[in-house]
Design a binder for this molecule. Sequence first.
Ligand SMILES: [Zn+2]
Length: 90
Amino acid sequence: MPDIMDHEKELDKKIKKWSEKWEKDHALICPHCNKTIYPPDIEFMERLITYHGEDGPIYKECPYCEKEFWVNEKVNRTWDEFKTAKEAYK
Ligand SMILES: [Zn+2]
């Protein structure tokens, strides 16, 4: 049986990697000053993430230059399929 601590460490690594990717994928670029606005600024991201992306356009204000801009969310899902749970959890 695998060591539960090893498993937890492995899981922590995966979560960290996933959240870094999530932040990178969900960054906004201000159309006025071109600065990158990263989550997790929860307040800023509020209402921006919808289930199907049908709630846009959403009004935002850049935290850097304070100009207003509008955001349309694009939702793009992909799936990876595996024959076994072992492969899927890799
Ligand atoms: Zn800006």
